[in-house]
Design a protein around this ligand. Structure first.
Ligand SMILES: Nc1ncnc2c1ncn2[C@@H]1O[C@H](COP(=O)(O)OP(=O)(O)OP(=O)(O)O)[C@@H](O)[C@H]1O
Length: 237
């Protein structure tokens, strides 16, 4: 997906939806051990784009996800999610934004051990306070990710790839504007890795989600619309 020169130069032009980071810097640690985790990062991810973020260990990829997910407030710069100015929000409003507008997918699926696949999704809807629209129907969504037949299974009864599918469905059930995905294929074999990233691409495109996926897995980049690289806290577009 291409952007006009104006959109690249001025992320505010496309903040109506998706993700926009504008000149974001973040320092971590204190005293002598301060590290510049993000160094003047500007990035726009429009709805319907799957963006891959690659780069060496310690380059700032997790920091980028944490700032985009309203988990850490940067020292300077602007962050917009779904058109909302994240930095201007109180911490309780940031928490509501995370529950309602942002989906998180982690390496291991991070499912709750006691809940069935279907209840993972129902619980996420409950926590977000979404009743009916704009949330998605859990059964339909499990069907779309190929897990309807295992809707009543608990995580320990599922394979790694199946858990990852349920984790993706759970992240999407609230119809988020932004999906943040951290190393989704780290625990999967090659075939399952392709399936999971293909699924992420399909959901991103069909439901107009802005998706940012951090990965070390260069095999799956072909499924992504765009790849950016981080190095020493800086982003090369
Ligand atoms: N809580 C912290 N306090 C101080 N420095 C930190 C903290 N968390 C991360 N850092 C440093 O910030 C920089 C960016 O770290 P970050 O975790 O964002 O990198 P990463 O690209 O996600 O790495 P990896 O691929 O290993 O997960 C690194 O130099 C790291 O050591």
């Amino acid at each position: 997906m291409n952007h006009t020169a104006e959109q690249v130069a001025n992320p505010a032009a496309v903040t109506a939806a998706g993700l926009a980071l504008d000149h974001v810097s973040l320092k971590l640690g204190d005293g002598d051990s301060t590290v510049t985790a993000l160094d003047d990062v500007s990035l726009t991810v429009p709805p319907g784009e799957l963006l891959a973020v690659v780069g060496p260990s310690g380059s700032g990829k997790s920091s980028l996800l944490a700032v985009a997910g309203a988990l850490i407030t940067p020292g300077s710069g602007q962050v917009h999610v779904g058109g909302v100015d994240v930095i201007g929000l109180s911490s309780s409003r940031q928490a509501a934004l995370r529950r309602e507008r942002i989906g998180f997918v982690f390496q291991s699926g991070n499912l709750l051990p006691a809940l069935t696949a279907e209840d993972q999704l129902r619980f996420a809807l409950h926590v977000a306070g979404v009743r009916g629209a704009p949330g998605r129907e859990p059964r339909d969504l499990l069907d779309q990710v190929g897990m309807a037949h295992k809707a009543r299974r608990r995580p320990h009864e599922l394979s790694g790839g199946e858990r990852q599918r349920v984790g993706i469905a759970r992240a999407l059930v609230t119809s988020p504007a932004l999906l943040l995905v951290d190393e989704p294929t780290a625990a999967l074999d090659r075939a399952r890795s392709h399936e999971v990233v293909q699924l992420l691409a399909a959901e991103t495109h069909e439901h107009g989600v802005a998706t940012v996926m951090v990965t070390h897995d260069h095999d799956v980049l072909d499924h992504c619309d765009r790849t950016v690289e981080m190095e020493d806290g800086r982003l090369s577009l």
